[in-house]
Design a protein around this ligand. Structure first.
Ligand code: MD3
Ligand code: FE
Length: 196
């Protein structure tokens, strides 16, 4: 895992939030539910890009359309595609940009990202807004974990072995950023889904 702390200058963070607002007008945040149990996540989600990650009663999958509007996801903003290229060096574009929104009490349990057929492609994460206490584990659920703070403007590149490690978000530290009028945190997770 490669952490690029404070990679994004504040003007770029603001520009990115403005682009996010336009995307979320067309593809609103919704409350996903866990497979089988149907329990809601505390994180709200949306996507941009040709594919979007979904969780519902039937399982996890990638879909070209929003589960509530039935419309295709909006395009990934050019600035985000440029960041992907610069940070990952990948010769191919990402296909999915998951947009997670954390209110002050939201969290995300320990999990692995393993719904992508492109098993070896890197993942890029962009944090905006309040700081998150991120938990990084290892290859197995029982592997030792450590806590890492992810602040507004930080990028994380997951490649190689770390791409398949357990991770989650323990909590948000409310009031740590002024970027979002509503408070809370956005995280963008860019992924290649189909093998390039
Ligand atoms: C480490 N999102 O959407 S981003 C997710 O902050 C997700 O919203 C978190 O986990 C968030 O699936 C973490 C940083 C991240 C993303 C993928 C990883 C860290 C990772 C994959 C492997 C190891
Ligand atoms: Fe994840």
């Amino acid at each position: 895992m490669r952490l690029l702390p404070g990679h994004l200058p504040i003007e770029q963070q603001r520009h990115l939030v403005a682009a996010l607002r336009v995307i979320l007008d067309r593809a609103p945040l919704y409350h996903p539910v866990l497979p089988r149990s149907g329990s809601p996540y505390s994180v709200r989600m949306s996507n941009c890009g040709p594919l979007g990650w979904l969780s519902d009663r039937n399982g996890y999958r990638y879909s070209p359309t929003h589960p509530l509007t039935g419309e295709p996801w909006p395009a990934i903003p050019p600035m985000v595609l440029d960041l992907w290229q610069a940070a990952t060096g990948a010769a191919f574009p990402p296909e999915a940009c998951l947009i997670n929104y954390y209110g002050p009490t939201a969290r995300l349990g320990l999990h692995r990202d393993q719904d992508e057929a492109a098993k070896e492609a890197p993942i890029l994460s962009i944090s905006l807004g309040d700081t998150a206490l991120f938990r990084l584990g290892g290859p197995e659920r029982k592997s030792p974990t450590r806590s890492v703070k992810l602040s507004s403007g930080d990028l994380v590149v997951l490649s190689g072995a770390s791409r398949h490690w357990y991770h989650g978000v323990d909590r948000i530290l409310p009031g740590t950023s002024q970027l979002l009028a509503e408070g809370g945190r956005f995280n963008l997770t860019l992924r290649r889904v189909t093998p390039p």
